[in-house]
Design a protein around this ligand. Structure first.
Ligand code: OOG
Ligand code: NI
Length: 319
């Protein structure tokens, strides 16, 4: 239904070849995400709607994010191989020791050789993985059992899983889900959501017409419209250089089926993030019309990401 625009394809003739197909595939991944996550959809509706809404005419994705189990052939590299086959390049890694996670992100290819990443047409992609070997022996055994005998997922299988939401390991046992939830909300999330999109992050500085007041004012407007934000570490997560500001909603909750029938159970699904990237100091004098995404603070910030992960943990507390 909604096409927040950096992955919209038919409109943009400059995207040709495999990346055009990737952009269309990402739109399909997003369609499932909008359908499964009413809060994310309602924020988009409110952004596009007129009086009383934000009146936006165009939206861009800052990044999409996925979560994985760090077992052979299913971790960060399983998405990385897919993205690299489309010309994405791996950037900075970060570690989250308390959560037993590592993460990295991938930048889209340039439109022309040597140019900046094609951020206006394709999103960054953030991928994290659970360090399964650092869990308790019992939790590790559950994940190894569920994923055993499947082998490395091919890029085609990963893209199919992300587009359909199909879990490569099949429907989980509720007992396994509950046991993982006790120890790692992230582990339980991956078991029931697999390669479904964890979140998209909208680029607030690229909303047209521009919003007045930056991310703080934007957050206040969302709260005034009844949306709940992830307050872990404060609503706005700022990088030490002050140039990368992030906030997010609390994830939605939906019904999931488990192996052997029985009553569906409420599980955490996905959330929506907001990102404001300020111009790098050397470009701060550029006129608004000349300022490109490549002139702004790029990448992510581990301390902020640590708090953004809580968008699903906070929702899990209410389930
Ligand atoms: C990812 C949390 C981190 C960011 O933009 O820093 C993040 C997750 O919840 O899987 O999205
Ligand atoms: Ni994010």
């Amino acid at each position: 239904r909604v096409s927040a625009n950096s992955t919209s394809t038919s409109a943009d003739e400059s995207l040709r070849g495999p990346v055009r197909v990737l952009a269309a595939s990402l739109n399909h991944i997003l369609e499932r995400y909008w359908a499964a996550n009413p809060t994310a959809s309602r924020v988009i509706d409110s952004l596009y709607s007129g009086p009383g809404g934000f009146g936006a005419s165009q939206l861009f994705h800052d990044h999409l994010a996925f979560r994985t189990f760090g077992v052979a052939g299913m971790g960060i590299g399983s998405l990385g191989d897919l993205l690299e086959s489309f010309g994405y390049s791996r950037r900075d890694d970060s570690k989250f020791p308390k959560k037993k996670l590592v993460a990295t992100w991938y930048a889209p290819p340039p439109l022309a050789p040597g140019g900046p990443p094609a951020y206006d047409l394709l999103p960054r992609i953030f991928v994290s993985q659970l360090e399964v070997g650092q869990l308790s022996p019992a939790a590790e055994a559950i994940i190894r059992r569920c994923t055993s005998g499947i082998g490395a997922l091919s890029p085609a299988a990963v893209l199919g899983a992300a587009m359909t939401g199909e879990l490569p390991w099949g429907l989980p046992d509720e007992a396994d889900y509950c046991a993982l939830l006790e120890e790692s909300e992230y582990a339980a999330w991956v078991l029931v959501n697999g390669y479904s999109l964890n979140h998209t992050a909208l680029s607030t500085h690229r909303i047209t017409p521009p919003l007045a007041g930056g991310l703080d004012a934007f957050n206040a407007a969302l709260v005034a419209r009844g949306f709940a934000l992830n307050e872990e570490g404060g609503a706005v997560k700022a990088s030490p250089d002050g140039l990368l500001l992030q906030s997010s909603t609390v994830a939605d909750v939906g019904e999931a089926a488990f192996r052997g029938g029985g009553k569906p159970r409420r599980v955490v699904r996905s959330y929506l993030e907001f990102v404001e990237r300020k111009p790098l100091p050397q470009y701060s004098q550029l006129a608004p019309g000349e300022l490109q995404e490549a002139h702004r603070r790029d990448g992510f910030e581990a301390a902020s990401a640590d708090n953004i992960f809580a968008s699903t943990t906070l929702a899990a507390r209410g389930v």
